[in-house]
Write a protein that binds this ligand. Structure first.
Ligand code: NOJ
Length: 543
């Protein structure tokens, strides 16, 4: 079966269509000043590593002025750098160096909510109900005789009610933490402000934006009840994310915002792009965020929920490629990010999880479209499951007991002692502790080590950039393969690249696809073919 995707010309402005984007969780990437927290100068110092790894662009999680209640997704000043991460001059030096190395920079923009320390929100709290200051947020009177019940039954994604009461009796909406009040996107000042913020960063040379909660800015008129929540029925509203309709997500009017943003992006040279973190009920509704008059991409998150099975991977791939056909733009692939358990651990942890994660990387990198890597996946890092509770910082942990800190532990770069070169020589600080097993996973320990995960990623990215079949944005052709084996081809002229993944519980002989280019495990010759071990993947080339 051939799944075809439109094959637009890959001019420079189209770089994002097939790019490999490396997500930098700024706080945990590289600490240049020894305070135990990653920073912009640390990223700048590590750009050569990323260039050599072979990625095309970096996506930086928020580094703006913030009280850091939600790791910087609570912004107090959208036009400045938090002193924890450096300053604007550091940003400018970093982006200048990145561009000189051919690396593009995507920054996160957080338009659904501000920090409660944002001057607009402190002014709103100081002003009276019904004032213009309150109109920029979603303040409402409560229900019940004394207004002591929240205005509706909406639930925070982090657990608990989505409303907090202020001393004068009104309530304000926060779909996330109480320290993240939702903005009123029906207010013209809010729209004008964010258009100006986009220009501020575009003027500083950013190549794109990752839009946080891109489906959330418009809430249904009248703020209607959902009808259930975990307080009333024990069922969390967030279960409907990506599966059902919620009055606070994916409202039709949200598209007006992106239709206003696109001309701003297009007015800058060099292919400035935007990728939506959006959740919608159906692939068709998700596809509405993408197009020549809206955004360039929306994350396709299905891999994050796929179990280690050939059927589930095949379904994810077919769905994503079909979505691409709907929107006429190649899809995105994501195995891990800063909100989800790392895929080594999702696939079984330990040695098995690592084998599978390496195979999944070869699977993802052989697919057409844009691949998003999360820092540390190239090292095969697992989730850190045993962080002491008192060190956990995720606001969701306090409200739900679920924490995303385990995928945010600082990266091991080198050396014998934790935090393994995260900071300058001699620095022992890191805001979350790295396990001792990470000594063997550091960049230095894996560099030049045959068979290491880092060298596997480097080899795969090198081939991805140079192999004619992988540059092509055309479709894939699935091959007949035994149960539990996924195999597909990409073609360019006479050259064929075959990717095969063995998800079954026995080694399989693979024959007739040519010479192996890269494999996630050691192949052996068998019966004139190659024996592909369990939980592994290979790319073959044939002319
Ligand atoms: C999605 C971000 O990825 C996540 O880290 C954050 O907590 C929420 N949006 C709220 O901004």
């Amino acid at each position: 079966m051939t799944v075809s995707i439109p094959s637009p010309l890959t001019s420079d402005a189209d770089w994002w269509r097939s790019a490999v984007v490396y997500q930098v969780y700024v706080r945990s990437f590289a600490d240049s000043d020894g305070d135990g927290i990653g920073d912009l100068h640390g990223i700048r110092e590590r750009l050569p590593y990323l260039r050599e790894l072979g990625v095309d662009a970096l996506w930086l999680t928020p580094f703006y002025t913030s009280p850091m209640v939600d790791g910087g997704y609570d912004v107090a000043d959208y036009r400045d750098v938090d002193p924890m991460f450096g300053n604007l001059a550091d940003f400018e030096a970093m982006i200048t160096d990145a561009h000189a190395l051919g690396l593009r920079i995507i920054v996160d923009i957080v338009p659904n909510h501000t920090s409660d320390q944002h001057p607009w929100f402190t002014a709103a709290l100081a002003a009276a109900p019904g004032s213009p200051e309150r109109a920029r947020y979603l303040f409402a009177d409560g229900k019940g005789d004394d207004g002591a019940q929240p205005p509706n039954d909406w639930e925070s994604i982090f657990g608990g009610p989505a409303w907090t009461r202020v001393p004068d009796g009104q309530w304000y909406l926060h779909l996330f933490d109480p320290a993240q009040p939702d903005l009123n996107w029906r207010h013209p000042e809010v729209r004008a402000e964010f258009e100006d913020i986009l220009r501020f960063w575009l003027d500083r040379g950013v190549d794109g934006f990752r839009i946080d909660v891109a489906h959330g800015m418009i809430k249904a008129e009248g703020l209607p009840d959902v009808g259930f929540n975990s307080m009333t029925t024990g069922r969390r509203q967030s279960e409907l994310l990506g599966k059902g309709r919620l009055p606070y997500f994916d409202q039709d009017e949200v598209h007006d915002i992106y239709r206003a943003w696109r001309p701003i992006l297009d007015s800058y040279p060099g292919g400035r792009m935007a990728v939506a973190e959006a959740w919608a009920e159906t692939p068709q509704r998700l596809a509405r965020y993408i197009g020549p008059d809206e955004l360039h991409q929306a994350f396709s998150f299905d891999f994050l929920d796929a179990t280690w099975s050939a059927d589930s991977f095949r379904k994810v791939i077919d769905t994503a490629l079909a979505e691409s056909t709907i929107v006429g733009a190649p899809t995105t692939w994501v195995l891990s990010n800063h909100d989800r358990q790392r895929h080594v651990t999702r696939y079984g942890d330990g040695e098995i999880g690592l084998r599978r994660a390496r195979a999944a990387a070869l699977l993802m990198l052989a697919l057409p479209g844009c691949a998003y890597l999360y820092q540390g996946e190239e090292l095969g890092l697992p989730e850190v499951l045993d962080l002491p509770d008192e060190l956990r910082q995720d606001p969701a942990f306090l409200r739900t007991g679920e924490s995303r800190d385990g995928c945010r532990v600082p990266i091991p770069w080198s050396g014998e002692l934790a935090p393994y070169g995260f900071g300058p020589a001699g620095s022992e600080l890191s805001w979350l502790p790295a396990p001792t097993t990470w000594r063997a996973l550091s960049v230095a320990a894996q560099t030049g080590t045959p068979g290491s995960t880092l060298e596997l990623y480097r080899a795969a990215l090198r081939i991805r950039h140079t192999h004619p079949t992988l540059a092509d944005l055309g479709g894939i052709t699935w091959l007949e393969s035994g149960p539990g084996v996924l195999a597909f081809q990409r073609e360019a002229g006479d050259t064929v690249l075959t990717c095969a993944v063995n998800i079954s519980d026995a080694p399989v002989v693979i024959d007739g696809y040519g010479t192996p280019l890269v494999a996630s495990a050691t192949l052996t010759e068998r019966d004139g073919g190659h024996l592909l071990p369990v939980d592994s993947a290979v790319w073959f080339e044939r002319h």
